[in-house]
Design a protein around this ligand. Structure first.
Ligand SMILES: *Cc1c(COP(=O)(O)O)cnc(C)c1O
Length: 225
């Protein structure tokens, strides 16, 4: 399927979900996750009107940025090794995977300007998942106040790999509850308005539960590699 058609389907679904739960679809941004596809395919997403692009490796990001020069907003969505920070830090607009102080230190050292970060939460507590546990979030976010280059714009999670709707919904709902706790602290370095949650298989549930950014790969641009 071409990206334009996929996008129209996804937008219709988003519209329907938003109507169901009384949200405005303007509150939900689609990030096209292009990690599985070619630069040409990523350009199709741009042409279709999605200007938020997500990559999870430095090579993939730099390869696409060499061609896509204007108009894109870049999101780094994968687990980020500290030694890779210097390769991407001043080339992305958002980092969705801040999950440790050592990474914050490296970002602080390398960033030329403040960078919008999501703190990644392992809501489900699965061993295989990146991110901090629920209990670790508040102390971690507080400790980021020392970092001038880090703005905590929101929280991010990846739901468990399951089709069980209840499990998925609980995961997203819990992230929203943690966000409320962060918001109640009213920290100037952590406005924390955004929730980055929902992927191809679960974005509708995520939006029902308050997602403001959905990260969609397969259902939007497909999977080539
Ligand atoms: C790959 C990836 C996605 C997109 O996954 P799809 O199921 O293809 O939509 C979203 N978020 C993260 C962090 C990813 O690594």
């Amino acid at each position: 399927m071409n990206v334009q058609t996929n996008l129209e389907n996804i937008q219709e679904n988003i519209q329907a979900v938003c109507e169901k739960v009384n949200r405005s679809s303007d509150e939900v941004k689609i990030i096209a996750v292009t990690k599985y596809v070619s630069t040409e395919r990523a350009q199709e997403a741009i042409a279709a009107g999605v200007n938020n692009l997500g990559e999870n490796r430095d090579e993939g990001l730099l390869e696409k940025q060499a061609v896509i020069k204007n108009g894109a907003v870049w999101h780094y969505i994968g687990s980020l090794q500290s030694r890779k920070v210097k390769n991407i830090i001043n080339k992305v607009d958002y980092i969705h995977s801040l999950d440790r102080i050592s990474l914050a230190k490296e970002i602080e050292k390398r960033a030329n300007k403040p960078i919008k970060c999501f703190v990644q939460v392992n809501v489900s507590g699965e061993d295989s998942k990146q991110g901090l546990s629920k209990e670790e979030i508040i102390p971690f976010v507080k400790s980021l106040s020392d970092f001038k280059q880090i703005e905590v714009v929101g929280l991010m999670t990846m739901a468990p790999f399951t089709s069980d709707e209840t499990v998925l919904r609980n995961c997203f709902r819990n992230l929203k509850l943690i966000q409320k706790e962060v918001l109640s602290l009213q920290l100037s370095h952590a406005p924390c308005k955004e929730l980055s949650m929902g992927m191809s298989n679960d974005y509708q549930i995520a939006i029902e539960e308050g997602a403001t950014m959905v990260r969609i790969g397969t259902a939007l641009v497909g999977k080539e590699k």
